[in-house]
Write a protein that binds this ligand. Structure first.
Ligand code: AMP
Length: 463
């Protein structure tokens, strides 16, 4: 019997792997422009970390964690999110003492949640996100939202809706919790078993309930905005006014509470409905947290962050045909030795060109020329290099442009130079000819404003 992949996981390969890399590279590049540096926390953490930080009342901790005992009887959990692990990493490595605040980090990698698989919902999925820790100025919230918005714009996801709300400070939330407790106590008999538990643990979580009958009750629940302290109200108004000043569109949604317990003050979600009408849920979300760093043993400093679901972003980009065509791996050269005895010359030629930085594959089977051309076409190769008896005797190869069908004979000693000349005329990633003189970090003169050139020859030159 063949073994199949675990339910809720998915395999990413070929063109889809190019799409994931494209999205993640755009995200990383913009995060670095916003002065975030990469962090790679482990996948495994002690379960207690998530129980204490994400919160006992959250769905993630109550029912979605992949938790197990290791051979040393320790309770470990495959990370269901990154923020708690990063908080732990910062405290354990005393980064708050060593580095000037704020600490700004971005991450990318798989997370694991035992959820019911459905459209846009997996049990292993990838998140890209950032954390900015140690800034008390609410502008850090604005800057973080601005980074997320810039990333989405760079991916051409213009029709994104940013939903935003505030959970206020501790006093606001305590007052609100009391009000919710009082309200839901009157209706709890008619509500689902989960909500009965939530009423005890954290009545705010009831607002997330997806059961339709419960949602009717939730609709008339007290609103957070009526329980905010003046300070929390002012902070939120300031955040909103800064977003307006930066022309970042938003919708205030006072039902937005987020599913993880560590959030306070500003919380937000990014929604995007693809033109195909597919609703994958939020493509990203985040918020401000006041007590998380202290909760895991660090100083009393706040933080703010967000996380994008990479699978969901790739899905909406594909639905709306927003993936640039030049991201897919195209082969520069396909070497075709016309018979087994020319294969050793073939592999040497392949390596000469690889060393200059071009991608080269070679036919290792002793098959007819026609079938090698078919293979070159399948591999999307730009040029074929044909090597037969005549060529070996004369120290030459035939170089064939597979698009124009033009071919020329090249002396082996001139191969590097000829190959470079072939690629001298290059295209910018926008498809326009680029005037940047192969200096990739220069702005490109094409119409796409503010966009950098990723021309091929830059990489080649560096190699
Ligand atoms: P969260 O950590 O719950 O705030 O989630 C952040 C983002 O991760 C969401 O906005 C989604 O885009 C994505 N996400 C959350 N859960 C899943 C899942 N089960 N499958 C795929 N993506 C998910």
């Amino acid at each position: 019997m063949s073994i199949i992949g675990v339910k809720g996981t998915h395999d990413i390969y070929n063109s889809e792997a190019c799409e994931f890399s494209y999205v993640e590279n755009v995200m990383k590049r913009i995060a670095e422009i916003f002065a975030f540096t990469e962090v790679r926390p482990p996948v495994l953490e002690h379960s207690e970390l998530f129980v204490r930080s994400v919160g006992e009342s959250s769905d993630v901790v109550r029912k979605e964690m992949y938790t197990f005992l290791d051979k040393g009887d320790r309770s470990l959990t495959l990370r269901p999110e990154f923020t708690a692990g990063i908080a732990r990493l910062i405290v354990q490595n005393k980064i708050t003492n060593l580095q000037e605040l704020p600490i700004k980090m971005y991450y990318c990698g798989p997370v694991f949640r035992y959820e019911r698989p459905q459209l846009g919902r997996y049990r292993q999925f990838n998140q890209f996100g950032v954390e900015c820790i140690g800034h008390t100025n609410p502008l850090a919230d604005v800057d973080t939202i601005s980074l997320a918005y810039t990333i989405l714009q760079s991916l051409c996801l213009d029709n994104v809706t940013i939903k935003i709300n505030t959970l206020g400070d501790e006093e606001s939330r305590n007052n609100y919790r009391e009000a919710l407790k009082e309200y839901f106590s009157k209706h709890i008999d008619k509500m689902c078993p989960d909500c009965k538990q939530r009423l005890e643990l954290n009545p705010l979580r009831i607002l997330d309930c997806k059961v339709p009958e419960d949602q009717v009750i939730v609709k008339d629940a007290p609103k957070m905005s009526d329980y905010l302290t003046p300070a929390a109200k002012d902070k939120f108004a300031y955040v909103l006014s800064c977003l307006e000043a930066m022309a970042i569109p938003y919708e205030v949604d006072d039902t937005l509470v987020r599913g993880l317990d560590y959030y306070s003050d500003t919380v937000f979600e990014f929604h995007y409905k693809s033109s195909k009408g597919n609703d994958y849920g939020a493509i990203g979300a985040g918020g401000h947290y006041d007590k998380l760093i202290k909760e895991v043993g660090g100083p009393d400093v706040p933080g703010v962050g967000f996380s994008f679901g990479v699978e969901r972003i790739v899905s909406v980009l594909k639905d709306d045909e927003l993936i640039p065509q030049d991201i897919y791996n195209a082969l520069d050269f396909y070497v075709m030795p016309m018979g087994a005895k020319y294969q050793n010359t073939g592999i040497a030629v392949a390596n000469v060109i690889r060393m200059v930085g071009y991608s080269v594959d070679m036919c290792l089977d002793d098959v007819k020329l026609g079938s090698m051309f078919k293979r070159a076409e399948k591999k999307n190769a730009k040029f074929a290099i044909i090597i037969g008896e005549n060529e070996v005797d004369n120290n030459r190869v035939i170089l064939k442009n597979l698009k124009t069908q033009e071919q020329l004979e090249v002396k082996l000693e001139n191969l590097r130079q000829t190959v470079d000349e072939l690629f001298e005329e290059h295209e910018c990633c926008c498809g326009d000819d680029c005037d940047c003189d192969c200096d990739c970090d220069d702005d490109c003169d094409c119409e796409n404003e503010g966009h950098h050139c990723h021309c091929h020859c830059h990489d080649k030159k560096e190699n």
